[in-house]
Design a protein around this ligand. Structure first.
Ligand code: BTN
Length: 234
């Protein structure tokens, strides 16, 4: 495994964006802390030093790039597998990129692409709350951590090793995760407000579809929403 670790960096995704040409496929960049951590829609992603898992994985292999529609969801699902291994069982995937425990967010995934004429590389950024025990209330959804859920401090180095190995395994496999993923679909059957092309709609979620889009019912019409197309509130 190629792992580049920083004590501090602005943003692990940006490091890979700036250096992908000279780095190998599946290089992992991690940091104890980020000075400018970002989540989806440019929201800030705060994390105190050395308490959490903050890393990004570089994807250059064309066969994996082709699976880009599923990568954010498979990444979140990988974290779910690991949380279950640690004994956290009430865990769900909130389409397209959040991991939810007891209705609180424990992990987020930020998938970004570097494109010229075609996609040159993908970058999967993952922030998993591990030993953080206090969170600002300013986030859209309340946050939690492994420590808060398990009432014990987690060995971060041991966890890193398990997480990185599982990610590499799941990204490389041709296994179809769909049946496993639909079992932990947080939004299924919920009513959500969803912003699609600047229009706010109140829809009923049918669930994650086989192509990893989100199938929703808008009045009597069924539509499929692609990742990145929508932002939503429950
Ligand atoms: C989200 O839920 O909006 C996605 C959060 C992604 C956070 C991770 S932490 C590692 C990588 N570096 C960042 O600044 N963001 C991602």
């Amino acid at each position: 495994m190629n792992i580049i670790h920083f004590e501090t960096i602005d943003f692990t995704n940006t490091y890979l964006k700036n250096n992908y040409k000279q780095l190998d496929n599946l290089t992992i960049v991690s940091s104890d802390v980020q000075s400018n951590g970002r989540g989806r829609n440019n929201r800030k992603w705060d994390s105190s030093k050395g308490n959490n898992l903050l890393f990004s994985i570089l994807i250059k292999d064309e066969n994996i790039i082709r699976k880009y529609k599923s990568l954010s969801i498979i990444s979140a699902y990988t974290i779910i597998q690991i949380l279950k291994q640690y004994g956290i069982n009430d865990v769900y995937l909130k389409w397209p990129n959040d991991v939810i425990v007891n209705n609180k967010k424990i992990c987020g995934v930020l998938l970004e692409a570097v494109s010229k004429n075609a996609i040159e590389c993908l970058i999967i950024g993952v922030g998993l709350n591990v030993n953080e025990d206090k969170f600002d209330k300013e986030y859209l959804i309340e946050a939690t951590s492994m420590k808060n859920e398990l009432n014990k401090t987690i060995d971060l180095n041991e966890l890193k090793d398990i997480v990185y190995k599982k990610f590499i395994e799941n990204i490389n496999t041709d296994y179809d995760f769909y049946d496993d993923i639909k079992e932990c679909d947080y939004l299924k059957n919920k009513r959500v407000s969803i912003q699609i092309n600047n229009k706010l709609k109140n829809v009923e979620v049918i669930g994650i579809d086989h192509d990893y889009s989100l199938k929703v019912k808008d009045k009597d019409k069924t539509i499929n929403i692609e990742t990145g197309e929508a932002s939503m509130h429950i």
